[in-house]
Design a binder for this molecule. Sequence first.
Ligand code: GCV
Length: 845
Amino acid sequence: MRGSLLLASLIGLAVAEDGLAAWLRYARIPGGKCHRKKLPSAIVTLNATEGLPVYTAGQELAEGISSMFGKKLTLEESGTDADVPTVTVGTVGAYSESGGDVEDLPELIEDGYYLHISGGDVLILGQNERGALYGTFQYLARLAQGKVSDESFASNPDAPVRWVNQWDNLRDGGTHGSVERGYGGDSIFFWDGKIRDDLTRAGQYARLLASIGINAVVVNNVNANETILTEENMDGLARIADEFRPYGIQLGLSLNFASPQTLGGLDSFDPLDETVIEWWQGITDSLYERIPDMAGYLVKANSEGQPGPLTYNRTLADGANLFARTLQPHGGIIMFRAFVYDHTSLNQDLDWKADRANAAVQFFDGLDPQFEDNVVIQIKYGPIDFQVREPVSPLFAHMRETGSAIELQITQEYLGQQAHLVYLAPMWKELLDFDLRVDGEDSAVSDIISGKRFNNKLGGYAGVANVGHNTTWLGSHLAMSNLYAYGKLAWDPSSEPVDILEEWIKMTFGHEQEVIDVITEMSMESWPAYENYTGNLGIQTLTDILLGHYGPNPASQDGNPWGQWTRADGDTIGMDRTVLNGTGNAGQYPEEVFEMYENIETTPDNLLLWFHHVPYTQVLKSGKTVIQHFYDAHYAGSAVAQSFVPRWESLKTKIDAERYEHVLFRLVYQAGHSLVWRDSINNFYFNKSGILDEAGRVGNHPHRIEAEDMELDGYRTYLVSPFEAASGSLCIVTADNSTQGTASTKLDVEAGTYNVAVNYYDQAIGNSTWELYLDEELVGKWHGDLEYELGRAPSPYIDGHTAARITFKGVQVESGSILRIVGTPDGEEPAPVDYISILPEDVID
Ligand code: GCV
């Protein structure tokens, strides 16, 4: 593909791209020829062995410079003539052995690198081979951004653990398909219970990850299947590790705690039982025999149905240490998840003090000194589960003797599932910068996990990425900024999200200032916008937590033992997490932070409902009431999402057609779905509270024609559940699965040009067809096939997940025209329609 890129840029055409190369496209640099003199002519790799990172670095340099500048470099194994500008790459040790002067080198820690650029003479030295490759990617990234100036600096990672987690299942099917919470297609590692024969994508993934400083990938789901440990699958894992190794990426493995019983045939999985210990030691030894550089394990225990040590009245430390000890002879580490809670017995009606947010600190209480040195506690950023806004988990303040890692989620499970643009780095940055004030001292989360604050040897980052076989990796080109930013922040949490974004855009979409500006502005506005239209004031993402975690369904959060409660009733809303009256969760934070959250006056508005239970009429620091803030924020957030479409369209001639159209499709969809969110949430809380929107918008839609109010033939009305997912609670569906339905109405608008929007439901159980006519003239025809176009969780229901909008722009409408929609059902999908909006220019509703 790079060859064709080169050719196309030579002849000045925009080229179609499928996203596979992501930010490593090595596209031709504008005006690159002028820079050739500042580039090396030869590459020297020191002590390079094929299949290891320094060798890879040499290949990458040759390919990158040729592709970006059209300059072919020679590859040498030892020094070149002094007058040939050369890029030399290797480890500090190899450089020293080759006679290089290492006396004055800045200090490098594991994985760190030194980069010295002086015209075409470039020296890239890694503390280890991986560091040399990181330095190489950094040099190439600079070139890809058009930076050819001299430079000399060392760069060390902030934390030793910079892992990616994949929630890949061994098989497709079941509730979660091939990749749990994955929106980019099937697993790149597994198929049909085994490791894929063709692991090309695994190698390509490793290349991408190495370029952003990641050092390990846990390849299988934390909801682990014991059959990952069959002899055949262990052989397969070794093949994945072989694909990773040239890029310095180590393989990590999720384990199912009960494997000694379910796979090994033992009658127990008690972590203190000698036969169980021996069994695990045997497994670990045979894995390391196959994969001597394996990174270690990841374990989810006693959580959401996963087995664990508590079954035997053993502690979580007993569980973690079991694996830690088997790994110690091999130098491996165990990432033990703090995501431990009981989803079966929490009851919000019986116990005002019940709180899932308390679980992690309670379960790990007192265990800190008991963990082995090679245990890292992997803690989700917030106390619940990857919500649009959470305070940082208080557990970070409790793990002092044991290293901890923050678990971030690149895959947007609760944040739009890659069908909505949400750039996550600003949220991560806020979390990493948050100062927990442990013992009244500076205690930024980033300093706790790097090991600096409590002097821990281990710690760092785990990012749940969940890429898939789709060429876009994550299912959306723009979502790849999140993967890129994750690596960059894990390397250096002091980096600014906006800077990271701009470098990503340059490498991914090119150097045109307008392209950089538009994508930067849209991305930086996207998290606040999404928060605005999905869940404000710390109430969490008000999604359907029982199904899909995608569309709106606030009622689903309460009344079940999952504990993601809002405690909304007719007058009040929010979780009381104070020590004084509530669940006591605020008391799990160190003193200064506790005081801030305990007191409603000092709790920031954006976490008000996380920590306090208040009336809808509670006045915020902004002067608005809670309910009015809800209404306004939902309108403001969805208005931003509407604006993404024209902003992206302004880049039409500046971006290759394939990626332009792919992104446009998603942004148009997001604009429509943000309205579904806005109206669902506003209707829901209006219905609950009975408080009118001061601006008169909620429940008042003068441009809408409700489908149920039209003349129906072959269609019937249908009460939608949840009610707020339909305008007026009702939609229409065809009378049966085989009869066409028609809904018509006479338009009562002035003659003119309008945008005509149709809100319909696209379920994953058929591909209905809709046709829209004005006075017998076809305005548009579309199919219910979003389940193939978007990777987001499919839903069979008529609900907030499946609600969608299609808009026909610039339609000439006559007063008294007959508007008719014809729906043809397919499979089980009854061509559902919610409403039609006849919108004057610039009106969205
Ligand atoms: C892998 C949430 C997700 C689950 C996930 C779990 C976890 O509950 O919805 O899909 O399971 O978190 O992180 O273990």
